[in-house]
Design a protein around this ligand. Structure first.
Ligand code: FAD
Ligand code: MG
Ligand code: MG
Ligand code: MG
Ligand code: MG
Length: 548
């Protein structure tokens, strides 16, 4: 196929298929999907499941709309409103998909099989264990919490990853109020019990703090007037600012709103130990350690790798990484048939400097040993598809076209008539790879990856028929694809800040903050619901809150 396509591009090479023509319809390929979170369900929703035999493994038989989990912690939205049963999702689409409520504990890429354990009624003698083989495996296992091995965190802190976590938090907040209401409790003790500490000032921690604050001032203070004065919320953040993945203007807005609300911000502090009644923090600048008494602590300081992913990475020689590396087509490069999407994975973008000689050779059609502007322009689109950092670099340097970039490398010369040799070409592009961006671990990325991968799967046959694809350039060793690489499209992000206010960062450097942004938030989050059932439930939860 490589030869036939001329340009060195290969399809998903399933060359056997082309030869055995009039045989009975070939066995459907088996696709096993691990995980039913954002990435997994997005893949399943968009996959044409009539083409494949699809099996899905997940210990949770529902999809959870994680962006609304902070609202569940304080009852603004009910837990049932943010979950959608997996089986219902398939049924609605009339899809022929098998689901098993189980946990995958081992991936065996050599046997092309996954080992699973039933999540319901697992027998001690291992009867709940089973094995599934696959032709293609889609790993969408998400991430787990990361305590950075801080002592006491696992035992004493709450997390906010799952629906159950949100429900536990809700109960625990009320428990603190009831504990502090018991007679004969000293004032100091009351202050301790009613000190709610959030560790991590990222979007989840901030949103939870805002929810908690609203819950306290709107509801609990009225129900527990005697102890209302002892309540305190603190956010501990190791960086200098909260919301540091957001635009600076949003961070500033959020910080001043929290200050007005009386939420304490301890920035520049690192948590080094948690015991049952106090948190040890260390000031990063002075190195001084302090004990912070607390009643309830929520840890939202980062995400970590699931053991089954770590084990798999060790098997394929990715041992030292934090997330499973894939190529730009979301395939694990060491395995022919394993794909990874969502929080468990990260894309390693190929560097243009690794392929620079090949690119030069392909572009130099007349074999002159030099490139003209026209020769470069002819391959420019392919280069930008394959190496998005080129465009990002030019944008960051305010360059209008490729000639600006090349001219920088060859000195001052006339744009139209310039010619570059390989050394000059290399020199011109040598800083481009500094612009390689990693995609964040968000639902937005996971959903786009799932959608993209399903699209690739749906078009696999088509790709075999048309191996040229849009990419005539190949980086060495990446000849497996003729599909455009995955490209993340950032649609913006929200930070709800409580008191019916929110901040939003939208594409095109657009920032909006305040009450109207909260309305935007309501409408976006209502429209993003996975089903009409959850949409109606969520909207009626919000309405209920407004009325009562
Ligand atoms: P998940 O959605 O975590 O799904 C992982 C799936 O794998 C689950 O179904 C799980 O049950 C399953 N699984 C786990 N272990 C196994 C196993 N051993 N075998 C089989 N299956 C397994 N992102 C945004 O873009 N915007 C937001 O506003 C936002 N808010 C958030 C708020 C909170 C409180 C949290 C926790 C996250 C938020 N995120 C947000 C991040 C977003 O939820 C994640 O990026 C997203 O869930 C990643 O999708 P995923 O499919 O990779 O993983
Ligand atoms: Mg998933
Ligand atoms: Mg999820
Ligand atoms: Mg990822
Ligand atoms: Mg030439």
């Amino acid at each position: 196929l490589t030869a036939a396509s001329g340009g060195g591009i290969v399809a998903y090479a399933d060359s056997a298929r082309a030869e055995e023509a009039p045989e009975p319809p070939p066995r459907k390929k088996k696709v096993v999907v691990l995980g039913t979170g954002w990435a997994g369900t997005s893949f399943l929703k968009n996959l044409d499941s009539s083409r494949y035999e699809v099996k899905v493994i997940s210990p949770r038989n529902y999809f959870a709309f994680t962006p609304l989990l902070p609202s569940v912690t304080c009852g603004t939205v009910e837990a049932r409103s943010v979950v959608e049963p997996i089986r219902r999702m398939f049924e609605k689409k009339g899809k022929d998909v098998a689901y098993y409520e189980a946990e995958c504990f081992k991936i065996d890429p050599t046997k092309k099989a996954v080992h699973c354990r039933s999540a319901v009624g697992t027998n001690l003698d291992g009867n709940g264990d089973f094995m599934l083989d696959y032709d293609y495996l889609v790993v969408a296992l998400g991430a787990t919490v990361n305590t950075f091995n801080t002592p006491g965190v696992m035992e004493h802190c709450h997390f906010l990853k799952e629906v159950e976590d949100a429900q536990k938090i809700r109960k625990s907040v009320i428990d603190c109020f009831e504990r502090a209401s018991i007679p004969n409790i000293s004032e100091e003790e009351k202050r301790k019990i009613l000190h709610f500490v959030i560790i991590g000032g990222g979007p989840t921690g901030v949103e939870f703090a805002a929810e908690l604050h609203d819950f306290l001032v709107e509801d609990l203070v009225k129900l527990y007037p005697a102890i209302a004065q002892f309540v305190k919320i603190t956010i501990i953040q190791s960086g200098e600012h909260i919301l540091n993945t957001f635009d600076q203007r949003i961070a500033v807005f959020a910080e001043s709103k929290f200050q007005r609300d009386g939420i304490e911000l301890s920035t520049g502090f690192r948590v080094i130990k948690v015991s049952d009644d106090s948190i040890t923090v260390k000031c990063k600048s002075s190195g001084v350690e302090t004990l912070v008494p607390y009643g309830m602590a929520i840890w939202s300081a980062g995400i970590g790798t699931r053991p089954v992913i770590t084990d798999f990475m060790n098997q394929v020689g990715q041992g030292k990484r934090r997330a499973l590396a894939t190529n730009e087509w979301l395939r694990v490069p060491e395995c022919d048939s394993v794909y990874a999407i969502g929080d468990c994975s990260s894309i390693s973008q190929r560097k243009i400097m690794e392929d620079i000689s090949t690119i030069f050779k392909v572009a130099d059609k007349d074999n002159s040993g030099t490139l003209t502007l026209k020769e470069i322009n002819d391959v420019l689109e392919d280069i930008c598809i394959r190496y998005p950092q080129v465009e990002l670099y030019m944008k960051s340097m305010h360059m209008v076209d490729i000639a600006d970039l090349i001219k920088g490398g060859v000195g001052d010369s006339n744009k139209e008539s310039m010619v570059v040799n390989i050394e000059e070409f290399k020199k011109a592009l040598c800083h481009v790879d500094s612009q390689v961006k990693t995609v964040p671990a968000t639902a937005q990325v996971a959903a786009q990856q799932g959608y993209y991968l399903a699209d690739c799967f749906n078009k696999k046959d088509h790709c075999v028929e048309h191996p040229e694809g849009p990419l005539r350039l190949t980086g060495s060793g990446e000849g497996h694809h003729n599909f455009r690489p995955f490209r993340y499209k950032h649609l913006g992000q929200f930070a709800p800040l409580g008191g019916e206010q929110a901040a939003a960062e939208l594409p095109g450097d657009w920032v909006s903050m305040g009450h109207s942004t909260q309305w935007l938030w309501y409408s976006v989050y209502a429209s993003k619901q996975v089903s009409w059932r959850t949409r109606v439930l969520v909207v009626s939860d919000w309405t209920r809150r407004f009325i009562f």
